[in-house]
Design a protein around this ligand. Structure first.
Ligand SMILES: N[C@@H](CCC(=O)N[C@@H](CS)C(=O)NCC(=O)O)C(=O)O
Length: 222
């Protein structure tokens, strides 16, 4: 099984399925296609139906899109319990995962990862930090994320440090967000996190052993 990814330092979409596959204990190799390098568009077009990463090559098939790969993993590895077992929690988990997958455009734009217009490279993994964003649209996105984190933790999070207690697919989708918040030094308390619940959740995501491994991989010469 081969997982094809963009730059480990800043491809937020790539981090998601890698975390999910790690949780499954899957045996997979990683191929990194550096975005913005020489000939990167052609190389991507050769392997990816959508012209984007991530994608998974398995059993002679190609599965593309981070959410589709996560759903495939949940089917292939039922014992990994990638969605919460309890029905209300499971549907909430799917709702917030889909909301993340299809939304938060202001956050993605104003807190972008990778090279910016001035040539500065913003990463999820380094000690580099950038000034917090100032626009209202991104503030609205952060406020909604804080609301999701606080609501889900309060309703479903009693069994552990993750959004639904035990680790589940939404945690893979929110780990890049936690890394963006850290890089852009966003103070969640200023966006409704009155008692630090959302901040603690983000810290748990950045402290998961698999994310530490990703940071090691991304910061090791290759
Ligand atoms: N919805 C897709 C988005 C994938 C995506 O936008 N990937 C970026 C890399 S982080 C990409 O391949 N960009 C190349 C391009 O747009 O040409 C997913 O979840 O996999």
């Amino acid at each position: 099984m081969e997982l094809i990814l963009g730059n480990l330092e800043f491809s937020t979409w790539s981090l998601r399925p890698w975390l999910v596959l790690k949780r499954c204990g899957a045996d997979f190799t990683v191929t990194e296609i550096p975005l913005y390098g020489d000939g990167w568009k052609d190389r991507l077009a050769e392997v990816s139906p959508s012209g984007k990463v991530p994608l998974l090559k398995v059993d002679g098939e190609t599965i593309w899109d981070s959410l589709s790969i996560a759903v495939w993993c949940a089917e292939r590895y039922p014992t990994a319990q990638l969605w919460p077992a309890e029905a209300a929690a499971r549907w909430a988990a799917r709702s917030v995962t889909c909301e993340m997958h299809s939304g938060f455009m202001a956050l993605r734009t104003d807190c972008s990862m990778g090279p910016d217009a001035g040539g500065v490279i913003h990463t999820m993994v380094g000690p580099d930090r950038a000034p917090p964003p100032t626009g209202q649209a991104v503030a609205d996105d952060v406020r909604r994320l804080v609301e999701i984190f606080r609501d889900m933790r309060a309703r479903f999070g009693a069994g552990g440090p993750y959004l639904f207690g035990d680790w589940s697919i939404p945690d893979a989708f929110f780990t890049p967000v936690a890394a963006r918040f850290r890089h852009y030094q966003i103070d969640l308390a200023a966006h409704g996190d009155v008692d630090g619940v959302a901040r603690a959740y983000c810290e748990a995501l950045l402290d998961q052993p698999d994310f530490h491994e990703w940071v090691r991989l991304a910061t090791t010469a290759r």
